[in-house]
Design a protein around this ligand. Structure first.
Ligand code: OSB
Ligand code: MG
Length: 368
């Protein structure tokens, strides 16, 4: 299979309300849709869902456009591609995981369609039902947070994740645990604390949390190891796990006991498969995180979550929750907090061409 055209669609989705986290507020979601056409005329989609600024990870939509156009495109031009050949062709490119991920997904999709085999089968999935949890951003009041939790529990979500940052932590958790002593609950600090906050994390041990996600510096494996040895609650790393090797270092250093895998953060579904194997060897539970992707990106997250070690609920929202309109015809929906994976070859969802066009603010075509 060869790629004859790459389209980069810079899309801006209509966001219904801002999402506030320890790293800042996302109030305007732009993303990059990667559309590849093979020489047979088969189309595959990927999403390089970086943010517009490097406030969560270091890549941006602009760096993804640059790397795909100027570095990945010339390397895959005219070459026969399966996943291994794509990885070989781009192996000299350092970092830029989100850019690589967008192209790799589109290649997986084309291969799945050409072979007539569902992606779950190509990836080696072991489950077709994915349990979902909700990630609740920092809201103006505790009362509003309790209302959202109530709604999500009624909808059947399997666990609740609360964003915390200094000043929005103990009081919040005490109120939530008072109202819901037994729900499966976790927090995500998005790197907003330091080791000086150790007493706070020791106090958090009282709230029997499932895990504390990324409490310290975004690339800091050392302080996380120190913190993990001083508290009982498992630490889960998100921002710090940018590759298979970082996952290996974190496990060996005991920087965490759980890993949040975002397929785009580690550079591709191929890397997710490798980390899944590593996690199995070391008995490290995984779960799939999200970063407010469009439906296209979310569909790939759910596929990643179908691998064997993804035993904890994935972060995801349904179509319509953050964006009033999205990019697939079917939309992403859950029944009682569970997503069912499609068994069709390809993405498993039909891309809504009308919406893709409507929400594109810039389009670039690269002929190979
Ligand atoms: O830290 O997990 C995170 C969204 C954007 C960037 C980082 C994070 C998040 C979330 C939301 O927590 C997860 C989702 O997409 O449902
Ligand atoms: Mg996180």
């Amino acid at each position: 299979m060869k790629i004859k055209e790459i389209q980069l669609l810079h899309v801006k989705l209509p966001m219904r309300y801002p999402f506030k986290t320890g790293f800042g507020t996302i109030d305007n979601r732009e993303t990059l849709i990667v559309r590849l056409t093979s020489s047979e005329g088969v189309v595959g989609y990927g999403e390089s869902a970086a943010l517009t600024e490097p406030i969560y990870l270091s890549e941006t939509i602009s760096t993804c456009q640059h790397v795909i156009r100027d570095c990945i495109a010339p390397r895959i031009k005219g070459r026969n591609l399966n996943i291994k050949q794509y990885l070989d062709a781009t192996s000299d490119l350092k970092e830029h995981q989100i850019a690589k991920f967008g192209v790799e997904c589109a290649i997986w999709m084309i291969l799945s369609k050409l072979k007539g085999v569902p992606l779950t089968k190509l990836l080696g999935s072991t489950r077709s039902q994915i349990e979902i949890g909700e990630s609740i951003g920092i809201l103006p009041t505790i009362k509003q947070t309790l209302q959202v939790i109530d709604k999500r529990l009624t909808q059947g979500y399997k666990r609740i994740k609360l964003k915390i940052h200094p000043g929005w932590d103990l009081k919040l958790l005490s109120a939530v645990r008072h109202q819901y002593p037994d729900i499966v609950l976790m927090v995500d600090a998005n790197s907003s604390y330091t080791l000086n906050d150790l007493p706070l994390f020791q106090e958090l041990d009282r709230y029997h949390l499932l895990m504390i996600e990324q409490p310290l510096g975004y690339s800091d494996l050392l302080d996380h190891a120190k913190l993990q040895s001083a508290i009982n609650t498992p630490i889960c790393l998100d921002e710090s796990i940018t590759s298979y090797d970082q996952a290996r270092y974190a496990i060996e250093l005991k920087s965490c006991r759980i890993i949040n895998i975002k397929p785009r953060r580690v550079g591709g579904l191929s890397q997710v498969i490798k980390i899944n194997r590593l996690a199995k060897e070391h008995h490290i539970p995984l779960w799939c995180g999200g970063m407010l992707e469009s439906d296209i990106g979310k569909a790939y997250n759910l596929l990643a979550a179908s691998l064997s070690e993804f035993t904890l609920p994935a972060d995801s929202t349904t179509t319509g929750q953050f964006y009033s309109s999205d990019l697939t015809q079917e939309g992403i929906h859950f029944t009682n907090g569970v997503a069912s994976l499609s068994t069709k070859p390809g993405l498993g969802y039909t891309v809504d061409q009308g919406n893709l066009k409507k929400y594109s603010i810039n389009q670039e075509i690269i002929k190979l």
